[in-house]
Design a protein around this ligand. Structure first.
Ligand code: COA
Length: 332
């Protein structure tokens, strides 16, 4: 949606990365790969892996507590909790209700998951902004969380090298009317690409069975080359739309905070969208691809390290399974 007068703004951010780190060399002892192959194709050097007792909602809660603290709010101030994830604690109920429980939110605020894969956080921002714009909610918690180490096939070297675990969170509230906040969100899907990045089994189409387990069809399957080509085009177009629809040029953008899918995808996006290279915030070497968590993790790292200053223009952009993708322009 295009608009120039922000209704909502980000009041606080937080992120959580599990302490256990799996380097490329560690991984090469499990599957037939190498540090050189992974780095040269993806830019990834390591990934964080959740502890066996950790669930997605635990990681989400850790990130959310930091975001609430930064916003100066208490859990019961929240009017809605939105979690973007493809790796919830359970298929039912939503990861968001476990997050509500763990944060100690007792006000019965609506809490739901949103399935847009790596674009989950940006979709969540769009929904939260619409809630606030419509006066449905005042304070909304938006989280991207993924425990991908439990949904990827550790025997499939073409996918398992890419992903990691983590969570990022942002608390949104009404804008101050000073032009700062969520300026626009643009959200897209292309269902014709649904089977190029998916988890075939375990849903209603192919319920769990001995065969599904044996064929390992309950893990992420990816057509890597198709994802690669489509992602470069779609992410750069969405970033361009965020800039142009608000009457800005690439030079007006202070930070691009892209989904950390793959460094070569990000190189392609950088070349196409015209924002200078040094204004892309990149952490993929340390975190790998954390799907919906990646944009809010980058955002929180940039905020806490003092890189983001009042009034700066930020562009968020991401693409993932669906394919679903999107962008947001935020004036900080
Ligand atoms: N280590 C070593 N070799 C590997 C490997 C690994 N981890 N994974 C695949 N290979 C091998 C393949 O078996 C193949 O070998 P072959 O030629 O003997 O058959 C060779 O490398 C090339 O495989 P291919 O799948 O064509 O590689 P690629 O150049 O397309 O690179 C990706 C694979 C996954 C790195 C690349 O397709 C990609 O980055 N795609 C986008 C993925 C992504 O970002 N997904 C998340 C989106 S949110």
């Amino acid at each position: 949606m295009d608009r120039n007068i922000p209704a909502s703004r980000i009041l606080g951010t937080g992120h959580y990365l599990p302490s256990q780190v799996l380097t490329n060399d560690d991984l090469a002892r499990r599957v037939d790969t190498s540090d050189e192959w992974i780095r040269s194709r993806t830019g990834i050097g390591q990934r964080h892996i959740a502890a066996p007792e950790e669930a997605s909602s635990d990681m989400a809660a850790a990130a959310s507590r930091l975001a609430l603290e930064a916003a100066g709010l208490s859990p019961n101030d929240l009017d809605a909790i939105i979690v973007g994830t493809i790796s919830p604690d359970k298929r039912m109920p939503a990861c968001a209700v476990y997050l509500q429980q763990k944060l100690g939110v007792t006000n019965n605020c609506p809490s739901f998951d949103l399935s847009a894969a790596c674009a989950g956080f940006i979709y969540g921002l769009g929904v939260a902004d619409a809630f606030i714009r419509a006066s449905q909610s005042r304070y909304v918690l938006v989280v991207g969380v993924e425990l991908l180490s439990r949904v990827i096939d550790w025997q499939d070297r073409a996918t398992c090298v890419l992903f990691g675990d983590g969570a990022g969170a942002a608390v949104l509230g009404p804008s101050d009317g000073d032009g700062r906040g969520i300026v626009s969100t643009h959200l897209y899907s292309d269902g014709s690409k649904a089977n190029d990045l998916h988890i075939p089994g375990g849903g209603t189409l192919m319920p769990f069975s001995a065969e599904v387990l044996e064929r390992r069809e309950y893990y992420v399957r990816m057509n890597g080359q198709e994802v690669f080509k489509y992602a470069v085009r779609a992410i750069s177009r969405a970033a361009g739309t965020a800039i142009e629809s608000n009457g800005l040029t690439p030079n007006d953008i202070d930070w691009v905070m892209p989904h950390q899918a793959n460094k070569r995808i990000l190189d392609g996006v950088r070349q196409r969208c015209g924002v200078p290279k040094e204004r892309f915030f990149i952490n993929i070497e340390e975190t790998a691809n954390t799907s919906s968590a990646s944009v809010p993790i980058v955002l929180d790292q940039a905020v806490r390290s003092g890189h983001v200053r009042r009034g700066q223009n930020l562009v968020f952009c991401a693409l993932g399974g669906g394919f679903s993708w999107g962008s947001a322009l935020v004036r900080w």
